[in-house]
Design a protein around this ligand. Structure first.
Ligand SMILES: Nc1ncnc2c1ncn2[C@@H]1O[C@H](COP(=O)(O)OP(=O)(O)OP(=O)(O)O)[C@@H](O)[C@H]1O
Length: 322
């Protein structure tokens, strides 16, 4: 368990992290999202005592990081995969880390095997590709077999096989009851990996909620219908009080209804349907909807909503009521 209370970081007049309070719980993968410059890396650095908070606290299983005797056995982190000593082999990089945390040398071979780097264990890490460096960083995070793991952009530079591997690794580690905290800019990937989300914007907490609730609360959900008898279908829907939007290509979009209800209504009226499908926005659309006002760096002349069909933004933290 990781607990943040009122965590704040100022750089001069800039508030990078603004009174952040949340908990990262064991047994699930928690995604950490926010637009560029939102304060994710600063927050993660403070969690690992790599940066001092201006105010507020972070507790790792109830303790401050600097009070953990052998921190790698409590919390493993991949923050910057390039932080390894390039002149040392993959094996020696991990061995140094293991020795400083009284971790047996046999564990080095185990984690190299786990991340698929056994064949290049003796090679200097400066010759590693981005993906290999990322795997080495993940190996170092796993070295102490910690209960808590933090990954900043872990799929950066990984090929599809590597992305699949890290996704399953994170899920498996969470299923073992570990606390997994992961940031990523790849929304499609996050949607497949995370169960719970912490979203920040301009250093402030915007959401602390389950993935399903986040998408539901920040996007429009509707049923899409197509029929060769479109006009009659529209009349029937109107007569039954539904709000119908013409979506082009002969499709109608109906808000606030289930596919069951609309299918039955069509059948009662002898209407043929070619399509009846529940549509829900993606995590990416929901994310852009929520963070639109908190984006620090906009590209000029670009619609940041990317055509997301959604009502006006909802502000303030959302919560599962946990
Ligand atoms: N050492 C520093 N000195 C001054 N400002 C800083 C420093 N580190 C970060 N910042 C500022 O703090 C804010 C948060 O930065 P941070 O890197 O934590 O955001 P982020 O969410 O990780 O961004 P990204 O997604 O782009 O990596 C930014 O406005 C950044 O410019």
């Amino acid at each position: 368990m990781i607990e943040l209370e009122g965590l704040t970081k100022r750089y001069g007049t800039k508030i990078a992290v603004d009174h952040l309070s949340f908990q990262v719980r064991p047994g699930v993968v928690t995604g950490f999202l926010g637009p560029n410059g939102a304060g994710k890396s600063t927050t993660m650095r403070m969690m690992l005592d790599l940066d001092n908070p201006t105010s507020g606290t972070v507790r790792i299983d109830g303790k401050h990081y600097r009070d953990l005797a052998e921190p790698l056995k409590y919390i493993g982190a991949l923050l910057d995969a390039k932080a390894m000593h390039g002149g040392r082999s993959a094996y020696n990089n991990l061995l140094c880390l293991a020795q400083s945390n009284r971790i047996p040398a046999s564990r080095v071979g185990e984690v190299l095997d786990l991340v698929g780097l056994t064949a290049v264990a003796k090679k200097k890490s400066k010759g590693f590709s981005l993906g290999m460096g990322q795997r080495l960083g993940i190996a170092s995070a796993l070295l102490g077999d910690p209960e808590i793991l933090m990954f900043d952009e872990p799929v950066n530079g990984l090929d599809p096989e590597g992305i699949h591997w890290i996704r399953n690794l994170m899920k498996a580690l969470a299923a073992e009851g570990r606390t997994i905290f992961v940031s990523s800019h790849l929304m499609s990937e996050m949607a497949l990996t995370a169960d719970h989300l912490i979203v920040i914007g301009q250093g402030k907490l915007l959401a602390d909620t389950s993935m399903a609730d986040f998408i539901q609360q920040n996007s429009r959900s509707f049923v899409r219908m197509r029929s060769p008898q479109q006009e009659r279908l529209r009349d029937v829907l109107h007569a039954n009080g539904f709000v119908v939007v013409e979506a082009g290509h002969g499709a109608l979009e109906v808000d606030g209804a289930t596919t069951e209800k609309l299918g039955e209504l069509a059948a009662e009226n002898g209407l043929v349907l070619h399509e009846l499908s529940q549509q829900r926005a993606s995590l990416e659309e929901a994310f852009m909807q929520m963070t639109a006002a908190a984006v620090e760096y906009h590209a000029h002349g670009t619609d940041v909503h990317g055509g997301a069909a959604a009502p006006g933004p909802q502000w303030g933290p959302t919560s599962e009521g946990a």
